[in-house]
Design a binder for this molecule. Structure first.
Ligand code: SF4
Length: 282
């Protein structure tokens, strides 16, 4: 877990999984891949295996260490619903989020079909909580919009959209059941442009549907140059969330020890995923 995140809409990141594989145009310039591959082959580095998918058992209990409440982006460097992450591992991530309920969790995926399928198989009390926000990435009409329907059908306490990188005008978006929308342009080398009219369209639809709107950035090759104001204003809206009270230190450490024991049991059962390097053009 990283105590601080430069991502505008979160406070910290928690990565119990590392690595992923590309599946749609939004993945083209995946920052997680670029970062991870920089360290491939560096002995004992957390990203020694580059972007190959790995389960990081030691990280599973980490939110329970954090006494101070914060917004936590779950798997900023991966996709928890990747097809190779075992169901029992995903369930343990939810178990920790339910136990450490003084934080808000922002769990974002492009594997919306698995999100829907798995959450519907779990009992509501394992998934549906106001502090656990489930979201899908939406970059275009073809791949992104169908994910919104899957998200609506998933069990969730709160649902959100991360419309980044926004690659085209999305037209009319069905915002029924959606609690939060983030919009942003792509940044870094080769960044694809984003038209202001596409962003205004989404802001106006959020206003009409009374959905909190967060404008993250214009992006571009030098993102600082373009900033994050839209028509001269910052949009930093969040949904309201009920979170639990921070437990006593004794209780928190008891929960932490129990989570560590479960992580060890899970590791004994599942072991590590075979290393597979998947390079898929998108
Ligand atoms: S799903 Fe996310 S983490 Fe995985 S390759 Fe695509 S952008 Fe990267």
């Amino acid at each position: 877990m990283s105590d601080h995140s430069s991502i505008e809409w979160t406070d910290a990141t928690w990565n119990p999984v590392r690595g992923c594989s590309k599946l749609s145009p939004g993945c083209k310039h995946c920052y997680a891949e670029t970062f991870s591959e920089r360290f491939r082959g560096v002995p004992d580095h957390p990203f020694e295996h580059g972007f190959d998918l790995q389960l990081v058992y030691a990280k599973l209990p980490e939110p329970l260490r954090w006494a101070r409440a914060r917004k936590i982006f779950v798997n900023s460097m991966s996709d928890l619903f990747h097809e190779r992450v075992p169901d029992s591992y995903v369930k343990e991530v939810f178990r920790v989020m339910v136990d450490a309920d003084w934080h808000v969790y922002q769990l974002l995926t492009k594997r919306a079909d698995r999100l829907r399928e798995l959450t519907r198989r779990l009992p509501a009390k394992a998934v549906v909580h106001d502090h656990i926000w489930l979201g899908v990435s939406v970059e275009d009409r073809k791949y992104g919009l169908p994910r919104i329907d899957e998200l609506r059908r998933a069990r969730a306490g709160k649902r959100f959209l991360s419309i980044e990188p926004l690659l085209e005008d999305l037209g009319e978006v069905d915002l029924r059941g959606i609690d939060w929308v983030i919009v942003g342009g792509e940044s870094g080398p080769g960044a694809r442009p984003m038209d202001e009219a596409w962003v205004l369209n989404l802001r106006d639809q959020c206003r009409a549907a009374e959905v909190p709107f967060f404008f993250k950035q214009w992006g571009g090759v030098q993102k600082k140059k373009h900033g994050r104001k839209l028509e001269g204003a910052l949009y930093d809206e969040f949904p309201k969330a009920e979170v639990g009270a921070v437990p006593t230190r004794t209780l928190r450490w008891a929960q932490l020890r129990a989570a560590q024991a479960r992580a060890e049991d899970l590791e004994a059962q599942l072991g590590q995923l075979p290393l597979v390097t998947i390079r898929r053009a998108v």
